[in-house]
Design a protein around this ligand. Structure first.
Ligand code: APR
Length: 262
């Protein structure tokens, strides 16, 4: 039976204090306090009639490449314009502390942003890729692009076409992210599975748990009876497999956890 609380409880504080190998699965919620909208929030501007699920697919890109390309380029500007928040910093501090004691805190994220890294953490795997890299739809060659010049806080009024690939001259560039229905990078998924299997505490932070296969990763901990703790202001698809569900923002709750780990 999941135990729910709005603050870190004594039980959770004890788990945190004794954990030597921690695996953390993060989702869009950890970046929400930085000002990056989650995937289930209403869109604005050119995209107000579309949900994230409508845009993050191969079909959407084929139907309207400019609409999808501009969405990603604009989100790059938004991510570059915001800062990591106390949740990202808490995980970075906790990782450094555990490493100093020959332990490990492995961060596996579904986020395509770089806010964990900018807070000073090392990320084991970006399960859904990175918004800052691009590749050709035809030859798959990676391509470097200059940073987009959008105001990340205001959606643009016009869309731009994706650039042509200079390597093969046949395809156009797409963001190097994992769209719905696409395979996850195998190495990142295997590393994530291994980290969860070898952890003595698993945290699931800021994810709705509805997108597979990432949402199945916490089940690996459940099979091994490794304590599972969720951090999310709302109940999720994963709540019922948790031992503890801490109902609040990750900035506050992860800061409490890192205190308890000292
Ligand atoms: N702290 C913690 N969690 C929060 C916060 C917060 N301050 N604010 C919101 N949340 C939670 C929401 O309650 C929700 O459960 O974050 C979760 C965000 O859910 P989603 O938007 O579904 O994000 P995520 O689970 O990461 O989505 C998975 O879907 O579109 C794809 O590839 C995309 O990686 C993404 C994947």
């Amino acid at each position: 039976m999941v135990k729910e609380a709005e603050q870190i409880t004594d039980d959770v504080a004890e788990l945190v204090a004794s954990a030597h190998r921690v695996a953390v699965l993060t989702g869009a919620g950890i970046s929400a306090e930085s000002g990056v909208p989650t995937f289930r929030e209403a869109q604005t501007g050119l995209w107000e009639r579309f949900s994230a699920e409508d845009l993050a697919t191969v079909e959407a890109f084929e139907n309207d490449p400019a609409l999808v390309w501009t969405w990603y380029r604009w989100r790059q500007s938004l991510i570059q314009a915001v800062e990591p928040n106390p949740g990202h910093s808490a995980l970075a501090d906790w990782q450094a502390q555990l490493r100093a004691r020959q332990g490990e805190l492995s961060i596996v994220t579904q986020n395509v942003d770089d806010l964990h890294e900018r807070a000073g953490a090392e990320v084991l795997g970006h399960l859904h890729g990175s918004i800052f890299t691009h590749r050709c739809v035809e030859c798959a060659e990676p391509a470097e692009l200059p940073a987009p010049q959008y105001n990340g806080f205001e959606p643009p009024s016009d869309s731009e076409q994706p650039p042509a690939c200079l390597a093969c001259a046949h395809g156009v560039l797409r963001p190097n992210v994992v769209w719905f229905g696409e395979m996850l990078p195998a190495e990142a998924f295997e590393d994530a599975s291994a980290a969860i299997r070898s952890a003595d505490l698993v945290l699931v932070v800021g994810t709705s748990g509805i997108v597979q296969p990432a949402a199945s990763l916490p089940l690996l901990a459940m099979e091994r009876r490794t304590p599972l703790v969720e951090v999310n202001p709302e109940p999720t698809e994963l709540t019922e497999v948790m031992d503890y569900s801490l109902r609040g923002p990750s900035g506050t709750l992860l800061a409490q956890m890192v205190q308890a780990s000292r």
